[in-house]
Design a protein around this ligand. Sequence first.
Ligand code: GDP
Length: 477
Amino acid sequence: MSAGLDDTICAVATAPGEGGIGIIRLSGTKAVDIADRLATLRCRKSLASVSSHRLYLADLRPRPVVPSVAAQPAPSTASQFLDEVLVVVMRRPRSFTGEDVAEFHCHGGPLILQTLCEAIVSEGARLAEPGEFTKRAFLNGRMDLAQAEAVLDTIRAKTAGSLRIAQAQRRGLLSREIDAVRHELIGALAHVEAGLDFAEEDIAFVRRDELLVMLDTMNRRLSQLLDTAREGKLWREGASVAIAGRPNVGKSSLMNALARSDRAIVTAVPGTTRDLLDEWLHIKGLPVRLLDTAGIRDTKDPIEQEGIRRTRQAVDDADLVLALIDQSVALQEEDRTLLADLRKRNHIVVLNKSDLPSKIEKHEWPALSAGERGPVVISAVIGTGLDDLRERIRLHLGSEGLEAGDGVCITHLRHQLLLRRAQEALCEGSAALHEDLTGEFVAADLRRAADALGEITGAISTDDILDRIFSEFCIGK
Ligand code: GDP
């Protein structure tokens, strides 16, 4: 990704395809200038002189040839009327990127948006790279790195719970926690560097035992944050739950029953194109990708084969398996094999067709109990027991503790790894203190811990880190 903060960048900010409105965003020193050359305001003012953060009605008349800069270009014969738009200028630093920003709110047609983008580029801007607007917001100090990452999480949130967590991070709750620990660490580091070895002679310096207590407190705070990571991942990325069972036990019926009531608005996350056999749901607020193995069958169609290959892999990797058994017939050999296969996996035994008389023998029941909890009894067609099943799914995914959004939550693997690195360094610092090593060793450990925390918020960052983070964004964000 090219760094060039001097360039003025532009991109379509709305989703591809047709829409009521399509927005093109421009950011950089020439943003207002370029927008002014393309738009003729109905109020006859130039964009350079209008109020910031206010919408103005304008006619777009992009010209094929770049004219000299004119405050109020008169429509030339070469100009073609393209669209009637609303245009807004947001002057730095009070804009998303912290730079001068101009936006065109056009009719949402791909041809209009493409033509306007080309005109903007011919006037001296360049097309933005993925995430470049947000990257600029970070580089210009409008938000830190954890907040920038949460911009993407906010867009991608699949349930109300995930959205609350993303918004909390975007508003800086996580950053504040991390900064507080880092601040303390830097304070401790200053003491150590000021001469830990002479602490006994000089009361201004922190004592070794006091320092140990400080490190221990910080360590515990990092542990508390790390404890939220499992659930954080669940809220952000969702969990995958596979329905397994022999033919006709009611897998598709269960899938449909849950999909009818719990289907998520978003049907796929990037990287997991929607296959025939999966469905995004929210179960008790959690984003869950439900996989129906009923569709796994032999087929010659290469596209379907690929879909099935992916589903099979997803079932193998699923966080939880629902072992569906038809309780209206006696337990079959295939059922027993399935239960045996799942013994070592996170699974729930689900007895379906409870609206029909049970044919499961009493002595078979122990085989159906997963752990200390018995099977969940449902009827997929009538809908009984589904709420118990949802509750149990949530329990098995380990999310019974947290209500999303009631605190700071670690949702990114990157943050988790850095927190661990900070914690390891802190532990080494404590060990060095216990072993009476000299101040330099302790200082080096504390510095490593502070740097790792700094990488979370971007107080410390490299081009590599930024490129990796922002390349995940879409263009226009
Ligand atoms: P799959 O092959 O495992 O996907 O099973 P299906 O969902 O296709 O269901 C097989 C048959 O069982 C269908 O005729 C369903 O209507 C029926 N079935 C599924 N669930 C229930 C249930 O809870 N009660 C009753 N009585 N029939 C069910």
